[in-house]
Write a protein that binds this ligand. Sequence first.
Ligand SMILES: Cc1cc2nc3c(=O)[nH]c(=O)nc-3n(C[C@H](O)[C@H](O)[C@H](O)COP(=O)(O)OP(=O)(O)OC[C@H]3O[C@@H](n4cnc5c(N)ncnc54)[C@H](O)[C@@H]3O)c2cc1C
Length: 441
Amino acid sequence: MAARRAIVVGSGPNGLAAAITLAEAGLDVVVHEAAGTIGGGMRTEELTLPGFRHDVCSAIHPLGRAAFDRGVEWLESPAALAHPFDDEEAVLLHRSVDETAATLGRDADAYRGLVRARWYGLEPWQLLRAFGVRGSLRAVSSAERVAQRVFATDRGRAFFAGTAAHSMLSLRTRPSAGFGLVLLTLGHVVGWPFPRGGSQAIADALAAELRELGGEIVTSSPVDELPRADVVLCDTSPRELARIAHLPDYARSYRYGPGAFKLDWALSGPIPWRDERCAQAATVHLGCTYDEIARSEHVPGTVPPFVLLAQPSLWDDSRAPTGKHTAWAYCHVPHASAVDMTDAIEAQVERFAPGFRELVLARSARGPHELEAHNRNLVGGDLNGGLMDLRQLYTRPVARLVPYRTPRKGVYICSASTPPGGGVHGMCGVAAAKVALSDLR
Ligand SMILES: Cc1cc2nc3c(=O)[nH]c(=O)nc-3n(C[C@H](O)[C@H](O)[C@H](O)COP(=O)(O)OP(=O)(O)OC[C@H]3O[C@@H](n4cnc5c(N)ncnc54)[C@H](O)[C@@H]3O)c2cc1C
């Protein structure tokens, strides 16, 4: 296959993973990236002040940890996640199931039953198989159902709800429970790590691997017409693919999900958590009760919002000048919403960390429109590349046995809008590249 030429449109984790898979098979690969820098959702930039490096999109990588090992220095906080309350101690997600269960009080045994010890030592891609029949039924359920059936306390239900909210689905919608189960299990199997230097380090490591294999990456190179090559893989939204391939009917009924409103702060010191246990975790979920989180996810944009916060600079001194810190946070908002959630998010942080606002040296605020302007794959601010409900989990972006193929021969879609969906893991890219290679043979 040495003479075959492949073009990959987009340098997100899926584009780069696809490019590496094609280059390993002997193809000549060129990646075209619209932005001035590589990485898509793995970019790290000085969004606020000089010397403060912020992850523009992804920050925490339970999925990426398993997929990308070469050239990345992975860091872990003592606890993966803290879930604080107004008047009780925070629940902490530790590597150890027992240590985690110990922070859940009366729900300790329920938690042990939910994340069974036989999952230890498994690779993440074996997770679904490892759920077994009962676990798989739970995984395709709504978070509301699992929270009510499994946990006796609001403490347990709220903790579970926070992890399920990563689905960007209403907690009443299936399979929101599955997102919680997978993330909790990964917390025990690989942790919730983050790369030293920010997500950009993953992009740079993948780019280095591709170049070692002879591949090339061209930045500031937006593709507006399908290029000519033996295979073309598009790490793009289906909407963008329809535009550049002149396929107006392609994936027309594909549904995008809610958007995100994101804040990044340059801080003069660490966040002054009222519950000091929150300083043990790189990720903090700010939503307190089950009802509060459920309301916020059912009607994105509700105040107070459920806030997902990351504070990697506590363990990574490359993120900010000495003694200073960065923090990253977002909440879910309606698709393409123009509502400014800055005050609502900061009030939620202040609720659990009085005095937080006094530490803010500068902030960057990005709603759905700014996120989409930064990366055209974030349609309406949807960070999963399309709704991940049961109907679109595997039939994304079209209901075909092999959804990576498109109506154009030799043209494939490989972004998070294909199975298995959003997150920095590269699995969509690898799967699409394998289909393209088998079609070439
Ligand atoms: C605010 C936010 C927080 C997130 N947090 C996390 C997290 O903590 N952990 C996690 O795992 N995931 C997280 N994600 C999700 C993750 O970033 C995405 O799911 C992932 O990046 C998708 O990868 P991709 O390769 O499909 O597309 P992307 O990473 O979006 O990359 C697509 C690339 O293609 C380029 N492109 C598109 N069209 C064209 C064109 N016509 N020509 C040339 N180039 C083009 C774009 O410029 C972009 O660089 C987050 C996302 C956001 C927005």
